[in-house]
Every structure is written in structure tokens, then in C-alpha cells.
Design a binder for this molecule. Structure first.
Ligand SMILES: NC(=O)c1ccc[n+]([C@@H]2O[C@H](COP(=O)([O-])OP(=O)(O)OC[C@H]3O[C@@H](n4cnc5c(N)ncnc54)[C@H](O)[C@@H]3O)[C@@H](O)[C@H]2O)c1
Length: 326
């Protein structure tokens, strides 16, 4: 049983992972600046309010809690924000990780699981995308995540660190007990936006691009349940306990759904009409992002258990409905 420092543990994927860590007998210690996270989502261990770009604050937290390993979610996540302010992303995601790795080296904490992303692939030449596909990000967000992967590889090459970089595809869904879910502000992810339309909180959902080379012309993505992602982090920690080599692995299902298919499934499950409006493509949005998930299965023993589309949408819908009644 280990003490795990969870950066960004007050956020969406981080909070679900803290619950899973607790369930696996570990103690999650969260550091989060609450810029996009929620104090009330930190329930399974202490919250240290702080910013990972503040190296002295990091040193305090490491000294106080003496973690055995780190899971690193903290970062800015919104692609259009990264296009508008790339420097903020480099400061937060790259310089913040650099400070974190410095303190890990100082304190001899040598194991880290990093939240990477399918955005490192940019516009893929083929789908499903294997991990050895070329990495050519098409926005600053993806560039910062790739820069961190390279920083981790360099540190591992000097034998000062071992890591697992998990390239998530589209996280979605909510904890089945209804206590946690997706709460980004502003919200930019498709599934919560569609469900907000179902709840009458938005008038319509905009569909960006209807002329992609996909069966119905809208963009195709690989949706993976946030609780399955959380489980992959437990498996990644186990991997780091047993293997000296780093690992980079996709986390997705291998099945893609178009924007229109997601809206149609949400209409069926919620019973609401969910008006939509077609809009131009957004720059930097590839037609299809679908994972080749074999490596996570083979190396981590990870398989998805809740990532069928109906379970994802039903869990997210329960969470969103619950938010309006609380
Ligand atoms: N949501 C997805 O579909 C998705 C897909 C691929 C990768 N990711 C990556 O997974 C990670 C978690 O994503 P999420 O959806 O849970 O995002 P989130 O915004 O809900 O969580 C990120 C957390 O990090 C905190 N944070 C940001 N900058 C910080 C800093 N400098 N110091 C301390 N805390 C800081 C925020 O307050 C927030 O609680 C991110 O690194 C993201 O890039 C997410």
C-alpha cells in the first residue's frame, strides 16, 4: 500500500482515480491549484492547495507527505485556449512538469504515471492509431504533452526515473454511485454539452464539421469511461512496481462514434429531442481519432469494463440530472 501524490486530483479524471486508489488500498495525496478542479471532489485523502509551477510549494508537499510515487494529471486542457495562449500552456504543462521532476529527483521519488493524450498524434495517417504512429501534434496543447513525454524519456534514459505515459482518447461518463462526474467550466467536451442541451441548460448543440471523410460526415472519436481510465492508473502503478522499463500506452476502446451517433444515442437515453446545428469544422480537429488499445491490454492487463456507449451515457446523464437537483 503506497502514498501516491496526485497532481490535479481535484479535477475530473484525477478525482475518479483518487477514489480508485483508495479502493485499492493506497492513500492519494492531492496537490491542485483549484483553477479547474473542485475542493469537494477531494475525499479520499488530504488536499494540498498549491500550484505545480511553485517549486518551493512542491518541496513542502513532498517533505510533508513523502510519497512513494506520483500520478500527474495537473495541466491546462482546453485546445482552443492553447491556441489563444500557448505560453500559458508551456508554463503550466511543461515548466510545471519540469519543477515536479526536479523535486522528484531531489527526494528520490522515481515513479510517475503521466496523463498524455491522443492529441500527440495530430492528424493520424491511419486509424486505429498504434503507439508507434508518428507524433505530430497540431495544436499547442498536444505539443506540450509531447514535450513532457520527451522530458520523461530523457530522465528515464539517465536512469533517474521510470514512467508510464497514458495517452487517453476521449474521457467520458461518471462514477456509477453518482458522487463524481465531469464539471469543466467552461465545458468544451461533447458528451456533457449534449446532456446540458437535454436538460434545457443550452438551446442546441453545435456540430463542428459535416463534411469529414467519415460515414456520416461528422468527426469520429473513441470514448472511454472515466472509471476505466482510473483503473488503468492502478494497473500502471502495479506495472511500475514490477518493471524497470518505461511504457507508453493508448487508453481507448478501439471503437469510434461520430458526433451524430453520440447525439442520437443521447436522444434515445434521455428521451429529449436535443436540437443540433451544423457549424464549420474547427481547425486542428482530425476526422477520426480511434485507439489501437492492444498495448495497454498486453502490458497492463487493462480492459475496459464500463466503456460501452450506453453505460457511459447513462452514468453521465445520472450525474448531470443529479447536479440540477442538488
Ligand atoms: N478529459 C479528457 O478527455 C482528456 C483526454 C486526454 C488527456 N487528458 C489529460 O488528463 C488530465 C486530466 O484531465 P481532466 O479532464 O481531469 O482535466 P481537469 O481540468 O478536470 O483536471 C486538471 C486539474 O489540474 C488542476 N491544475 C491545472 N493546472 C495546475 C497547476 N499548475 N497546479 C496544480 N493544479 C493544476 C486543475 O485545477 C484541475 O483540477 C489533463 O492533464 C489532461 O490534459 C484529458
Amino acid at each position: 500500500m503506497a502514498r501516491i501524490l496526485v497532481t490535479g486530483g481535484a479535477g475530473y479524471i484525477g478525482s475518479h482515480t483518487c477514489k480508485a486508489l483508495h479502493g485499492a488500498g493506497h492513500t492519494p495525496i492531492v496537490i491542485d491549484n483549484l483553477s479547474n478542479g473542485h475542493r469537494d471532489a477531494v475525499r479520499w485523502g488530504p488536499l494540498e492547495e498549491g500550484d505545480i509551477t511553485d517549486i518551493d510549494r512542491l518541496r513542502d508537499v513532498f517533505r510533508t507527505h513523502q510519497p512513494d510515487a506520483v500520478i500527474h494529471f495537473a495541466g491546462l486542457i482546453e485546445v482552443s485556449h492553447s491556441v489563444a495562449d500557448p505560453q500559458a500552456f508551456h508554463r503550466n504543462n511543461v515548466a510545471g512538469t519540469s519543477a515536479l521532476l526536479d523535486v522528484m529527483a531531489e527526494t528520490k521519488v522515481a515513479k510517475i504515471v503521466f496523463s498524455s493524450t491522443a492529441a500527440v498524434y495530430g492528424t493520424p495517417a491511419t486509424v486505429p492509431i498504434p503507439e508507434d504512429a508518428p507524433t505530430r501534434p497540431v495544436n499547442p496543447y498536444g505539443e506540450t504533452k509531447l514535450a513532457v513525454e520527451q522530458m520523461l524519456a530523457a530522465a528515464a534514459g539517465q536512469n533517474s526515473l521510470n514512467y508510464v505515459a497514458l495517452r487517453y482518447f476521449n474521457a467520458a461518463g461518471a462514477d456509477p454511485d453518482g458522487s463524481l462526474g465531469e464539471r469543466h467550466d467552461p465545458e468544451t467536451h461533447l458528451m456533457p454539452l449534449v446532456l446540458q442541451v437535454a436538460l434545457g441548460q443550452r438551446a442546441e448543440i453545435q456540430v463542428f464539421g459535416n463534411d469529414y471523410p467519415t460515414p456520416d460526415g461528422t468527426a469520429v472519436r473513441d470514448y472511454v469511461h472515466v472509471c476505466d481510465l482510473a483503473d488503468a492508473h492502478i494497473a500502471a502503478l502495479d506495472y511500475l512496481m514490477q518493471h524497470p522499463e518505461p511504457l507508453v500506452a493508448n487508453l481507448g476502446t478501439g471503437t469510434g462514434y461520430s458526433v451524430r451517433e453520440i447525439i442520437a444515442a443521447c436522444r434515445t437515453i434521455t428521451g429529449h429531442p436535443i436540437p443540433h446545428r451544423d457549424a464549420p469544422r474547427r481547425s486542428g480537429d482530425p476526422a477520426q481519432l480511434v485507439a489501437e488499445p492492444g498495448r495497454a491490454r498486453d502490458m497492463l492487463g487493462w480492459t475496459t469494463r464500463q466503456s460501452d456507449l450506453e453505460t457511459i451515457i447513462r452514468s453521465a446523464w445520472a450525474w448531470h440530472q443529479n447536479q440540477t437537483t442538488n
